[in-house]
Design a protein around this ligand. Structure first.
Ligand code: C5P
Length: 224
């Protein structure tokens, strides 16, 4: 292997979707594959970091050299992330469901002839990135993603501030881009320093570029 500039550093990465149960057999989910988050966990590990990957339900293999904690719901993901603190860097890539079903049924909801469909009451999920970005044990670097279909840069920058992140990688997930679930990504890196448009790359290359940036930035911060 090559240089390991992240040796001795701890990283937490979230990846994949969350599944929010409606009842024991049904859930609300989204189209996240976990490809980008898993690639970032692997890239940080290749640079020598001690990586904890908190992953929602995905079908892709565990990345090499990474500790994987599997969760289903957003609240479980939040708990696993907070248990993994402290860390030098947190990269929140998971497509966490914004809402969960307020009170999931403990039994399979039955369809009864002639009855109206059951109403689904939703409750807001914890915002894991925002929690970590404002935590007393905040990692030195906090990185988030912003999947948008419009006003990508503006929405990304407001997320940077609201969530207390150092970097937001904003991407356009309109269906025509093929990004969500696909192998390629095109991101805009948003930070206090400005916006940087990265070219269309495969998700492994985005991961490598981000891991290298994280290594350089931790090094720079350490020197003061
Ligand atoms: O607000 P929005 O979901 O667009 O923000 C996206 C960023 O916030 C991603 O980095 C995502 O992993 C993180 N996030 C989170 N917990 C949530 C919602 C989003 O960590 N409940």
């Amino acid at each position: 292997g090559g240089p390991r500039p992240l040796a001795g550093r701890k990283a937490i990465v979230t990846s994949g979707p969350t599944h929010e149960p409606i009842d024991p057999v049904r859930y609300i989910a989204n189209r996240s594959s976990g490809k980008q988050g898993h690639a970032i966990a692997a890239a940080l590990a290749r640079l020598g970091a001690d990586v904890t990957l908190v992953s929602g339900p995905v079908t892709i293999p565990d990345p090499a050299g990474v500790k994987v904690i599997r969760v289903e719901r957003a609240e479980e993901m939040r708990d696993a992330v907070l248990s993994a603190l402290p860390a030098d860097v947190a990269v929140m890539v998971a497509a966490v469901a914004d809402w969960r079903v307020a009170s999931a049924a403990g039994y399979k909801i039955k369809k009864k002839p002639g009855e109206a469909p059951p109403p689904l009451q939703l409750a807001e999920n914890p915002d894991i990135l925002k929690t970590v970005g404002h935590h007393a044990d905040r990692p030195t670097l906090v990185v988030g993603f912003a999947a948008e279909t419009e006003n990508v840069a503006d929405n990304g920058r407001s997320k940077l501030e609201r969530k207390g992140a150092d970097y937001i990688l904003a991407n356009d997930v309109s269906p025509a881009t093929g990004i969500m679930g696909g192998d390629r990504n095109r991101v805009k890196l948003i930070s206090a320093a400005g916006n940087d448009d990265w070219p269309d790359m495969d998700k492994d290359a985005v991961a490598e570029k981000l891991a290298a940036l994280i290594a350089a930035e931790l090094e720079r911060k350490e020197r003061g």
